[in-house]
Design a protein around this ligand. Structure first.
Ligand code: ZN
Length: 287
């Protein structure tokens, strides 16, 4: 398939690398990228030769998360992603449907790929970017990697926040979300979020080495193990909790705090740029 926002490469006959390729925007995920990521993971899953999928971000950062600028490229004409995003928001129920489809299901599509997936993370891995890394089976990180989610400090209870407790533990997730402070690669290793932390220049090589080791195991057994462990996680409540959180996210869209403060922040941004907006953020709830 042809892609614009991602690179799809067969780095070895049995290993595909899917790279978010928008480095000038720190791989912010716009509708076109969402749509292409969905297609790319399915393409790799359907290719019988492929045993392992590496998921990467081009440039300095893995991904800054969802593109909130509104300046991203729409999804391709004729795709269901385009239809979902073009549908007029007539109320909460339509927003829920759209966000379920665009954010939640898109992530779950990565999780449901039958083959092992490894996220290869460098630099910033934030909010929605972390959601996507989180949907991979394993994560490799370079020493400069940072996992964070500043969304609660900026706006509502973001769609992605319920993915974090399953990665870093429930208490750590609350601390991180309430303070907005990211965790370092080393902390991520200690928390069991990443498999290995390596120097930036070794990240590619080490990730490929891990992928090759996994590819030595019998593919059907590997896939069955993945299915079974994912099922066990879902039985422990993960999947239902994600679904519930999408409702909570809609509540936060409906809250006065979110709406009014969102408007004030947007005004600060318009008047004084990012600096003013951050000042507004940091002073708003100070005593
Ligand atoms: Zn939303």
């Amino acid at each position: 398939m042809e892609y614009e926002r991602i690179l799809y490469e067969k780095v070895e006959p049995e290993i595909v690398k899917i790279t978010m390729n928008r480095p000038e925007k720190r791989n912010a995920q716009d509708p076109l990228m969402f749509s292409e990521m969905t297609d790319a993971f399915i393409e790799a899953d359907l290719d019988e030769e492929v045993r392992v999928i590496i998921f990467a971000g081009a440039g300095k950062d893995f991904s800054a998360g969802h593109d909130m600028s509104g300046q991203g490229h729409p999804a391709k004409e004729g795709t269901v992603m385009r239809k979902a995003l073009d549908t007029e928001l007539t109320g909460m129920e339509m927003r829920l449907k759209r966000e379920d489809y665009v954010f939640l299901n898109q992530g779950i599509n990565i999780r449901n790929v039958s083959k092992p997936t490894i996220a290869m993370v460098q630099g910033n891995c934030l909010a929605g970017g972390w959601l996507n890394a989180s949907m991979c089976d394993l994560i490799m990180a370079s020493e400069d990697a940072k996992f964070g989610d500043p969304v609660v400090r900026m706006t509502p209870a973001g769609v992605e926040i319920l993915f974090h407790p399953y990665d870093v533990g429930f208490r750590k997730a609350k601390e991180m979300l309430w303070t907005g402070d990211p965790i370092t690669a080393q902390e991520a290793k200690e928390l069991g979020l990443v498999s290995k932390v390596v120097p930036r220049e070794k990240l590619e090589e080490e990730t490929l080495a891990l992928a090759k080791r996994i590819a030595l195991s019998p593919p059907v057994a590997v896939s069955l193990v993945k299915r079974s462990i994912n099922f066990a996680q879902d039985e422990m409540g993960q999947r239902n909790a994600w679904q519930y959180h999408m409702l909570i996210h809609q509540l936060s869209h409906a809250s006065d705090e979110t709406r009014r403060w969102g408007e004030e922040r947007a005004k600060a941004m318009q008047q004084g740029g990012l600096k003013e907006m951050l000042k507004e953020r940091d002073s708003k709830f100070a005593q």
